[in-house]
Design a protein around this ligand. Structure first.
Ligand SMILES: NC(=O)c1ccc[n+]([C@@H]2O[C@H](COP(=O)([O-])OP(=O)(O)OC[C@H]3O[C@@H](n4cnc5c(N)ncnc54)[C@H](O)[C@@H]3O)[C@@H](O)[C@H]2O)c1
Length: 271
């Protein structure tokens, strides 16, 4: 019964994205009410409706920009007036650049990385997570219980191996790299996790981080081959493989766990 979220309201930022939808499914599968929050509001509503049909239980989609404090406050009030409480927050939203997709490859290199790109990424990945934690976590602190789960990455623990993003036919200066903000944000989320876990421990809020490895999502063959060479299990994750971790970390199944990271990366960080 500990893997149970019955009657718990779970706010998921970036809820309309690739993993956000899976987090929502994981929550609903053990009885929780998932609230998909996304800057792409229409997509969040559409995805929630599709999931409702598939699972025949309630899903809620709401539009909000988590960079904007006033929008999160409004969102909190809307959730509280309609659903009475907020039990769990999953800080999942991020600017997620696909290194194999952009036409101009060298923008992400450190020498070219602009202050605007830095600020845009930090605003979503760190400031957004801080604001949601403060505003939604405040509700939990007042009530004396709750869970915050920060979605970090294996790259919150190790540095990116930039060799895997290399593309044939480009000079060294043109080679794409994983941007510096990715490392800084994911390491920062682990710091946020430890800070909040200790700050709010006496208020009954548990705070942990999930560090997922890369998910297979149709990336270029060459990239997949190079990445999987760095992973002892020899493959990327399937989209559904983090659902068990979400259920564990959001429910009382992890009741004696706070301030730490659950690393699920096919073994990458132990090599
Ligand atoms: N996909 C992977 O392989 C992988 C691996 C490790 C960690 N992660 C992490 O998992 C999380 C989800 O990744 P994903 O692959 O689902 O990414 P995604 O890009 O599919 O989803 C991110 C979502 O966040 C939303 N978003 C962006 N800015 C926002 C804002 N200001 N306010 C509200 N919503 C906003 C986007 O609209 C999008 O729906 C991210 O934190 C990512 O870094 C992903």
């Amino acid at each position: 019964m500990k893997f149970d979220l019955k009657d718990r309201v779970v706010a998921i930022t970036g809820g309309a994205g690739l993993l956000g939808i899976k987090h929502a499914e994981a929550v609903a599968e053990i009885g929780g009410l998932p609230i998909l929050i996304d800057i792409r509001g229409e997509e969040a509503v559409k995805k929630a409706k599709q999931l409702e049909k598939k699972y025949a239980v309630s899903f809620v989609g709401l539009g909000a920009d988590i960079r904007r404090e006033e929008e999160i406050i409004e969102l909190r009030d809307e959730i509280l007036s309609k659903h009475k409480t907020i039990d769990v927050l999953i800080n999942n939203a991020a600017n997620n650049p696909r290194m194999d997709e952009s036409s101009q490859k060298e923008w992400s290199r450190l020498e070219n990385f602009t202050v605007k790109a830095w600020e845009d990424d930090i605003a979503v990945g760190l400031t957004g997570a801080f604001l949601c934690s403060r505003i939604f976590g405040g509700v939990m602190a007042q009530r004396g219980s709750g869970v915050i789960l920060n979605v970090a990455s294996d790259l919150g623990i190790i540095a990116p191996d930039q060799r895997i993003y290399r593309q044939a036919g480009l000079s060294q200066e043109q080679q794409p790299v994983k941007p510096i903000t990715y490392s800084v944000i994911k390491h920062g989320l682990i710091g946020l996790t430890r800070y909040l876990a200790t700050y709010w421990c006496e208020k009954g809020i548990r705070v942990n981080a999930l560090c997922p490895g890369g998910i297979y999502d149709g990336q270029a063959e060459d990239f997949v081959r190079q990445l999987t060479q760095l992973i002892p299990m020899g493959r990327m994750a399937n989209l559904d493989e983090y659902k068990g971790a979400i259920q564990f970390l959001c429910s009382d199944a992890s009741s004696y766990m706070t301030g730490t990271c659950l690393v699920m990366d096919g073994g990458r960080t132990c090599w």
